[in-house]
Design a protein around this ligand. Sequence first.
Ligand code: CTP
Ligand code: MG
Length: 233
Amino acid sequence: MQSKRHRHYALVPAAGAGSRMGKEIPKQYLDLLGEPLLRHTLRTLCQAPMIDRVYVVLSVGDPIWNERDWSDLGEKLHPLYVGGATRADSVLNGLRAIRGDAGDGDWILVHDAARPCLAQWHIDALISTLDDDEVGGILAVPVADTLKRSNGHGRVEKTVPRDSLWQAQTPQMFRYIMLRRALETAREVTDEASAIEAAGLHPRLVQGDTTNLKVTYPLDLHLAEWILKNREA
Ligand code: CTP
Ligand code: MG
């Protein structure tokens, strides 16, 4: 029934150094079940029927990408060697690089390379919830633990009510022009939604689950392995 639908482009920032992981190579290239972590992330995005293209933002002169074979992921995949000093810079550089491919009204799904356990249902939930939304939104999970604010000296200052607190994940899905303008204006942000919020808008929260974890520390790699293994079973 859709006459002209806007396209959906995934943009995957993968230009980080992975310093908290403490390994010799950036974490996106670490082995996860026999292949680079990044391949799991990209495969899920490339296999999503609603996603038209998958752009992966690599650091300028990334020496590892070309040493691996990505051809089985198909023609949707496009590397961009335009990574910046921060995640926000990498995303903005990627958005600038795809100008011309992406129309103003096309949807951009920004997804961390370091979240390899993204599942098809996460993408489906996000796109089906947001496709008619005026602002866009993010995958997120309600906070489950009781939260304490520290007094800075190892003691509790106070308990923070968790009622309306959510943990932000990715993908974060916004229209090309809205996201680009927001990021051009708000450079000191750790996610796309923060830039949209700074523009006075209210991104929608789409409930995901904690399996879509970000691999940050060595333990996370083991958790990701467990999640992927048990999903396959
Ligand atoms: N990222 C990026 N460009 C940067 C920094 C980060 O594209 N200049 C990407 C990372 O590759 C990752 C995502 O943003 O996929 C989330 O960032 P994070 O988990 O912080 O990864 P790193 O910055 O690589 O790790 P660390 O902060 O431990 O160095
Ligand atoms: Mg980082």
